[in-house]
Design a protein around this ligand. Sequence first.
Ligand code: DCP
Ligand code: MG
Length: 608
Amino acid sequence: MSVSSSVLNYDLKNAISKNRLLGLWRLMHGFQWKYIIATVSIGFAAVAKTCTYLLLRYFVDNAFTEGGTSINLPLIALGFILLAGAEGGFTFLSGRFAAQTAEGVTRRLRNYLFDHIQHLSFTYHSQTDTGELIQRSTSDVDALRRFYADQAIGAGRIFLLFVVNFVALLSLNVTLGLVSVIIVPLMFYVSILFFRRISKAYESYQEQEATLSTTLQENLTGVRVVKAFARQQFEMDKFERDNFEKFNRGKKLLTMHSLFWPISDTLCGFQMVGGFLLASIMAVNGQITVGTYLAYVGLVVWIIFPIRGLGRMIVQMSTGMVSYNRVMEIIRQEREPLDEGDYTPAAGTLRGDLEFQNVSFAYEDNPTQKVLDDITFACQRGQVVALLGSTGSGKTSLVNLLPRFYDYTAGSLLLDGVELRRYTRRFLRSQIGIVEQEPFLFSRTIRENITYGVGREVSEEEIVAAAQAAAVHDVILTFPQAYNTLVGEKGVTLSGGQKQRVAIARTILKNPRILILDDSTSSVDTETEGEIRQALQSLMQDRTTFVIAHRIQSIMNADLILVMDDGRIVQRGRHEDLLAQDGIYRQIFNIQTRIEDELEKEIASVSE
Ligand code: DCP
Ligand code: MG
């Protein structure tokens, strides 16, 4: 089935509505006519079925009754066949269009969610459980699919069945017709009552399922930690508690359902028996014909069906509506505005001079705690700025301001003399290369990981050159399929240092104006570190580079070293200047050299 791109790219933000039914309708944008065809078809099928009973009445009344008009038997037989055919055909049509609607709507929804979630801010992601996002993009989307495939079509079907059969019953006999729907208001009332409760129960069930998937996902990601600390039993107990809670909530939901169905069935039973009784009395008294009686008996089943269905539908609607809300909560989140900003320098003209003026920053979830406090310094293109400081002192937070992962809360940060906020995030990210503290590689080939996000055709030579510069080329050649080797679960497992070097190669290819190395040499041995540092030396030329490191060894040559403590710069200068001062820097230096000396001595004594 081909769908036009305007339908596929429809912005689902338009489907946000306080009125959930309206929202569900808007979510169907582009498929609404299919839904209408599906509904109308099911209506025609209902009419065909009803007509079958009316034809039966005509046939019986005229064939077996004295003085009935003579009838054309073959014509009546043909009528029955045609009606049966029409009913089948329309039912098929309806099912087909309903499926197309449901699959089409949810396919678009899934794509939209995937895209949308990727565009949400760091702040949103750090505040939201992954399990919750997964749950909403899978289970809730599936609940919506069922809603469109069954319940939404069911609504139209029920409505039409009811109207058609009610009219048919009235045409048989007005009193009988009215008596046959006496239960409807009561049924309505009971259904609404249950609708509220089942909605709540279902929502809490879905929430617990999300908690459970978060637990599971966390345990899979952190399986090494769990094993290393032998915490399997503890984790199992926690999972079991969450699982038991889900079981309880599921039981509550089922109890609601199992209360509702008998009540609804009993009501419908009374309705049917009452109707039959009245019809029988009327037939015996001769108030209605035998044919009418027979038609009534047939039709009354088909009026009970939608009445019973009404309750089922109202109750099941609740799941669709709850899931609608849960999915829309994600869609309602504003995307990170990648193109917000009014300043874009001409291609290739960015220098990379930076100036921090009294910059302060706090994370949104903890606005009173200044993670960066009154940061002031400047650096030019070609310079290397090193950040040193205890863990949690704000080094990563500082460099994260540059690509605008987060915006500073006070002060001024100038890039080439222009306030950073005026640059679009898209531009900044295209100009800044980051080798993260814990680089992430995709489960794709090494080549794909290296060329990731380069945004242009890259030749084989370029890839190899980048890998060589990152001191990882030789390692890659030892893998079974070299650059085509898959990384991750289905392929080779890379060591921390290898991962870092692949990430460095990726950044070399990107050729950024500003380079950020967040502890990039932390998980490699001294020898490899030397190799990488050499490679980086050429990479750093003519760029502005930020190096975060714990080993003074790796930052000694920096043009400016900033020593950070608790969000502030406590010391600044070149290596020699800082050594001359009495301060943290010298302390760290002394400790590190002493440890290294002792290590060397120890190694020497062992090898003797
Ligand atoms: N922080 C926070 N919310 C985040 C990230 C960090 O509240 N999303 C806090 C934790 C620390 C402070 O901010 O108290 C600084 O964190 P950084 O990650 O910037 O610290 P460092 O990079 O200096 O530490 P490390 O050397 O461990 O990487
Ligand atoms: Mg850090």
